[in-house]
Design a protein. Sequence first.
Length: 428
Amino acid sequence: MVLDAENSIWQQLSLSDMTYVCSISEYNLPEFESCLKRKPKYLVMIVSRFHKAQAAADRFARVVADAIPGVQVIRPDQTGREFDGTDLADFQSWLREVLLPQLEQLPASYRVCNITGGTKMMAMALLTANLGWSWLEYKAEGANALQLIGFRNGNLAGINSTDLEVASPVDVARLYSEHVHQTSENMIFMHPKSVYQAQKLWDALQSHEPTLLGLFGDENKGLEKIWMYGASQDQFNQKQLSMSASEFVGQEQFSTEQMQWLELWSELSPSSFKASNDQLILPGNKDRRDPLRRWLSGDWLEQLAHAWLCTSIPAKHICMNVRVRPENENNSSLGERESDILVHFKGRTSIIEAKTDLPPGQKITDSIRQLASITERFGRTTKVLFIGPQLKQKHEDKLEELKLRCRAEGIFLAFDKDSLLQAVLKSE
C-alpha cells in the first residue's frame, strides 16, 4: 500500500482493526509503548530461538495482555518451525512458510510491522519481503516518537511521526524481570504534614541544626543509640520503649527546642511516639517495621525525593519500592533487588537509591557497588545515588572524587533538589 503524507490513512484508522507485527529482542520497552499507542486487535510476535529473546517474549506477551484488554497475542515461533535470527535465507523462508500464512488468517484491515526490535538482518528481511504491509514503524534510540514509514514508487519514505504512550514504571520492570512486586508505602506518607516535616528535616540537617542532630544522636545518645548501635542489645529489644530524658539525651528535661521536634514526630504517629518534658515513649527494636521508626530512619528522604520529582514529572510516572527477582527464584529473596524510587518518563527509566546516612562499618562505596549491581533487571536505566545532608557533609572534602567514582560505575550522584532533577531529566 502506498501512503500519501498529505492524506494519511493512519490518521483515520480505527486502531482496533489492526494486525500489529513486532520483532522481539531482549529489550522491548519501545515495542510495548508502541502497542500502548496502537492498541491492536491482533499482536503477532516475531521471536528467534535465542533463549533470552524467548524469555523476553514470554514476559512481553504477559504485560501486553494485561495492559490491552482483548488483544489477541499470536506466537508463530511456537508452531514448531524456528529460526535463529542470523541466517537471512532461513529467516526469509520462515517469513514465507510460517508468518505469511498466519497473517493471511487474520481479518484485520491494516497490517503494520514494527521493526525496532530483533536483529538488523531481521529488519532488512521484513522491509523487503512481500508481506502486504500497510506501513512500517520504527522508534530510534533516544527519541520518544514512533516513525511511520511507507513506500512511494518502490522506495522507502518517511510518512509522519507520532508520540508514544508512556508505560508505567511497574510495567517497565515487568518487561525485564520474572517476579515484580511493589511493597506497600509507609503509612506516614499519607499524613498531610509528612512532606512538610520531611522538608523541615532536610533544612535543619543542611544547616547543621544542633537540636535535631542531638536527637538523632550517635552511639551514646538519641535515636541512633537505640535503633542503630543498640540493634543487638536486649534492653532495646521491645516493641515500645519508655525512656527518661536523661536516658535518651543525658538531660533532666527536654529543652523547648527538643520538644518542638518531638511533638512534630508525635503528630505523625501518636500511637507509637509520645513525649513529655522528661519522658519519651518510642518504638523499640522488636518492631523494626514501625512506620514512624522507618520514616525517621530514612523513609523521609525517599518521600522528599518523590515530592521533588513530582514538581517536574507527573506522579503516575514515579513509583516507590519496586522489587524484582530473576527467573526461577520463587521461594526466597536470593537475587532480589529493590529500587527506592523508579521513574519512567519520556522514554527514560531511572532508578534512585536514597541514603540519609550509613550504618556502622559500611562505606559509601558499598552503596555505589550495590546500585551498580542492579545491572539491567529494570531494563536500560539511569542510576542515581541520592544522598542526604548528613552523608554529604561527611564526604564534603571528597565530593568531586565521589562523583568521579559514581560516574565510573555509570551512576549519577545527587545531593539536592536541583541535582536530583538534573540526573533524572538529564537531556531536558
